[in-house]
Design a protein around this ligand. Structure first.
Ligand code: PMP
Length: 479
């Protein structure tokens, strides 16, 4: 890989314009209701205004350059400033900016993308993915999944199979179905969720749920069997599907033990239950594969995708529909009364095609698998030497660690200390985007990140951990 292909040519680097940050912040808090934001807090502190971006860096309106170790929101896989993607969007807007795909109509980019995705999704255990349903987000795609699995069982004469099993601390979106499938207690507490017939089992998080001395492998088997216990307690004939992220993302980058997924596969097969792999974060190279089920070797029936399919340049999501479901829907289903105005949006699909071509041309998926991913794993694990850190580990280009008060006993900080938010503030102030999920600190860098840039990021992370440690000593939270 030539470095020049990784960094945009100078002509593309937009200069920081002068911005009146205070005026933008005032307008922002007066008119813009943000997702997942405390607006009282926003009004007092003002939002950070991001003005432009290049490669793995973003700039704010005050001119600060920040290394974006979260790829926007786990999505800018190809990095910022990629002219090919802007050109593809522009060309498609000038050719056909929109037409719907309802009522037996189609458009060329949507057809080409569906075929390309079918080609990229690997066959496992004789199960193929020849079909795609398009949406504009991960949430919409998971709503589609709920409707699709229930329709599937109805068509097979088993309408009582309605229950979908998910996991606590999972994230599957923010629509009524998405938030219900998710296992975030804070989301369930607002708006009477989950909706009926969605139930949850515990997540495979060794740090939180393992018995003292229990090995990763033994814990992985035990955690998978929570699924079987739930199936048996409800009755297998009532269960429609199990949904899970290959590696939990928003829950804090929780990487399951190696024994987990094979045991889950055994259980869903035994009970004939559909398996939904929510790969909104994990697909398109994030774990070093086009689709993450390949990495873990399980056989999903439906695969949710979004984010990385366009590297976040325009919204696009969808569901890869495996043959088992597609055959029933197509052969027995007649009209499926479901769809979105923007299903198969020509501009989004054209940008996705250009994005996939770029990832292929630059070999970024293979690079994460064979080169930068293993290098990140090696460098990130070094953080386990830090006095505040346990469980620093990565999988492809996602990584997480836990901040603890006492390394030897793994004693956590009191909740009131807000250690994650303290660390995150040091990251912001030091020019690094690293996300806090409770006491876990997580990253998901753009796939274009080079070894040198991994070193640069690791130096920043180390500095921010040191600053957090000093602050905690100062306020008497560390001995
Ligand atoms: N599923 C997973 C695994 C996700 O991580 C997300 C978003 N972070 C979603 C679904 C929802 O996607 P969106 O925000 O595009 O609706």
């Amino acid at each position: 890989m030539k470095p020049s292909t990784l960094i945009a040519p100078p002509a593309l680097v937009r200069r920081a314009e002068k911005h009146d940050t205070k005026a933008i912040q005032a307008l922002d808090s007066a008119h813009f209701i943000h997702p997942f934001t405390d607006h009282g807090d926003l009004a007092t502190r003002g939002s950070r205004v991001i003005t432009h971006a290049e490669n793995i860096y973003i700039w704010d309106s005050e001119g600060h350059k920040i290394l974006d170790a979260m790829s926007g929101l786990w999505c800018v896989n190809a990095g910022y400033g990629r002219k090919e993607l802007a050109d593809a969007g522009y060309q498609q807007m000038m050719t056909l900016p929109f037409y719907n795909s309802f009522f037996q109509t189609t458009n060329v980019p949507a057809v080409q993308l569906a075929a390309k995705l079918a080609q990229l999704a690997p066959e496992v255990g004789g199960r193929k993915f020849e079909h795609v349903f398009f949406s504009s987000s991960g949430s919409e795609s998971n709503d589609t999944n709920v409707r699709m699995v229930r329709r599937y069982w109805d068509l097979l004469g088993q309408p009582q199979r309605k229950v979908i099993i998910s996991r606590n601390n999972a994230y599957h979106g923010s629509t009524m179905a998405g938030a219900s499938l998710g296992g975030m207690s804070g989301m369930h507490a607002q708006g009477d969720l989950p909706i009926p017939d969605i139930v949850h089992i515990e997540q495979p998080h060794h740090f939180e749920h393992a018995h003292p001395g229990e090995s990763q492998d033994a814990f992985g088997l035990r955690a998978a069997r929570w699924l079987e216990e739930k199936i048996l307690s409800i009755g297998a004939d009532k269960i429609a599907a199990f949904i899970a992220e290959p590696v939990q993302g928003a829950g804090g980058v929780i990487i399951p033990p190696a024994t987990y997924w094979p045991e889950i596969q055994r259980i869903v097969d035994k009970h004939g239950i559909l398996l939904i792999s929510d790969e909104v974060i994990c697909a398109f190279g994030r774990l070093g594969h086009w689709f993450a089920y390949e990495k873990f070797g399980y056989k999903p029936d439906l695969v949710t995708f979004a984010k990385g399919v366009t590297s976040g340049y325009v919204p696009l999501g969808g569901v890869m529909v495996g043959d088992r479901v597609a055959k029933v829907l197509i052969e027995k289903g007649g009209e499926f009364n479901h769809g979105y105005t923007y299903s198969g949006h020509p501009v989004a699909c054209a940008v996705a095609l250009a994005n996939i071509e770029l990832l292929e041309r630059e070999g970024l998926v293979a690079r994460v698998k064979d080169d930068t991913g293993p290098y990140l794993a090696e460098r990130f694990a070094e953080l386990n030497k830090h006095p505040l850190v346990v469980g620093a580990e990565s999988c492809g280009f996602v990584a997480g660690l836990m901040l603890v008060k006492n390394k030897a006993t793994q004693q956590p900080f009191d909740e009131g200390v807000g250690v994650g938010m303290r660390c995150r503030a040091h990251c912001f102030n030091s020019g690094l985007i690293m996300r806090a999920v409770g006491d876990r600190m997580i990253i998901a860098p753009p796939l274009v990140m080079t070894r040198e840039q991994i070193d640069e990021m690791m130096a920043l992370i180390k500095r921010c951990l040191d600053l957090t440690e000093s602050e905690l000593r100062l306020v008497g939270e560390l001995g």
